[in-house]
Every structure is written in C-alpha cells, then in structure tokens.
Design a protein around this ligand. Sequence first.
Ligand SMILES: C[S@@+](CC[C@H](N)C(=O)[O-])C[C@H]1O[C@@H](n2cnc3c(N)ncnc32)[C@H](O)[C@@H]1O
Length: 315
Amino acid sequence: MEDSYCYPTHERFDNFYFDRIKMMLDDAVAQMQIRMGWSLEECNEQVCKEADLLSKGYKSGRKNLRYDVLPCRVGYLHTYVGAHAYMFELGLRQESEKLRKRVRQHATLKIASVGGGPGTELLGTLKLLTVPVMGRCTVVFRSWDVLDEWDDVFGIVARHCSADALRASRGQVQIDAQTRSASSTCDIDFADEFGFAESPDIVSLQFVLSEHKNRPDDIVRLLQSVSYQIDHDALVVVTDSNDQRPPYVREMINNAYSEAGLEPIHRVGIPRYVPDNRSALVDYNRDFDRNPRIFFYPKGSSCPFTFVDVLRTKR
Ligand SMILES: C[S@@+](CC[C@H](N)C(=O)[O-])C[C@H]1O[C@@H](n2cnc3c(N)ncnc32)[C@H](O)[C@@H]1O
C-alpha cells in the first residue's frame, strides 16, 4: 500500500493540547517541589538538564533515556506529549466513521496503549471524542509501560483528561484510565497480561518499537503478543520515527507487521506542524529553555520523519 501524506493545512490553530498540558505541568511541578524538596528554580534547573539529556538520548539512537527520573518525565510532558497526542488523534481521524459507529453501538471504546508512558494517547483520545462530542461513551483506557515510574505523570494526565471529558461533553464521555507495569519487555509473557485491556478496540504502540530498533526479533515478538490477542476488527495504531540511518526502522517495522500477521489499512506521513498554539506554555518554555516539539521532519526533506500506520490482523 502507498503511503499517503497528510498536511492538515485546513486545520485552524487551536489551544487544545498546550492549554491542557500547561495545567498538567502546573500539577507536575508542584508535585516535584513537594516530593524532592526543591525550590521552583531547582525544579526548573533539573527539568532543563534532564530534557537536554533526553533530546541527546533520542539523537544518539534512543540510548540512556532517563524516564525513571521525575524531572525527565516532566520535561517529556512539556516537550513531546502535545505533538504525540496529535499524531494519535490524526491517525484515528481517518477511522472516525468506524469509531462513531462503535460508540453508537456499544457506548464504550476500549483503548490499550503499549509503552503508554505518561498517557499521551489518552489526551489524543480526549480530543477525538470531545471535539466535537462523538456520542455517549465510556472510554476504558489501559496502559502498560516497562517503567512504573510513569505512574505519577500518568495519574496527573488521567485526572485532567477525565475531568475535561465530563466537562466538555456535559457528562456524555466518561474516562476510566489505569496504567500498569509491563512485567517483561517483549516477551510473549506479555500476552498473559492482556486481559487487563478487556478486548481492546484500539491498541496503540507509539514511539515504542523504535526503542527496540537494534533488536528486530523483539519488535516482531511485541507485535505478535498484541496481534494474537485482539479481534480482527480491532485497530492497531503504530506511530514511530522513520529513521533513515541503518538499520532502516520503517522497513524493519514493515517486515515485522507481516511476520506478526498484521496488515495496514491506512498509512499517514506526518504533517509539517502540530496546529496548536504553543503560547499557552510560554512561561514553561522560558523556564525550561526549550519549546515543545511541533515539527517532525527536517526542513526541505520530502520524506516524512514520522509515520502513523493503522493496521488490523489478517484474516
Ligand atoms: C517515547 S515513550 C512513548 C510514550 C507515549 N506512547 C507517547 O507517545 O508519548 C516510549 C515508552 O515505551 C516504553 N517501552 C519501551 N518498550 C516497551 C515494551 N516492550 N513494553 C512496554 N513499554 C515499553 C518506555 O519505557 C517508554 O516509556
């Protein structure tokens, strides 16, 4: 299947993601001050330092990522969550009709996020279901991550999303969100834990597979442990970097799909920008000495740096 390229120039800028992330950051920084006993200046300094290390870690092939350190998780919330949530939303907008039908029929939407970290995909789901309101629905959102340190930021994101869903939909959209640590990385044991997701309608693997890019067998095993557990009409959403250096991640992931019995329904090359207003974060941008990520491929490149694939199991 040919990739389609998605440039949502028709979308107006709005303040959805960064407005909400601002409130989440207020909570996260307040929590950091209490837990670590740091002043606000010390918190800002630590986030700056960890966010620098994080961005270097990504550039050097996702080495030495320090998600287990709270200032790193707060830096991640500031810099990456808005854009990542938008990509998830964008991948699923292509399936809006199908989702609307499912919501109408079952009044629930069950989403499982593998490597969910802070709950990024829950924020994308919030926008998808409430702008405009898709219908009366309970979202069962289940996330696994190998690092249970994400629990704190996940708790903040989940609390804000739940309150927001109720408010924006006047009580029609309710969220039940939980996270859990994945006891094994890519092992098939993971399949035993899948009951937690209660037969998901959607499984997301967002920026997770490339963390295993030097171990193609792990990528296949992780995808298999998902594909063997889900129904044929469930959607699997994979978002990741199209790293052009060897090993060629896109090609490796494509091969892994077919080995895991998954076939693409839609493939979207990522837009030039996230149509959201970063000015909501202006104080944090100054304090953390960085802007949130909104561009996803190098200027002048014709090849999208990031892709979203929507797949299902082969019959
Ligand atoms: C870059 S973060 C992405 C978080 C979130 N999905 C997003 O898009 O913002 C990748 C996360 O995947 C987790 N992870 C990596 N391999 C995993 C695996 N095999 N099972 C569960 N979590 C995994 C890491 O601990 C990390 O928190």
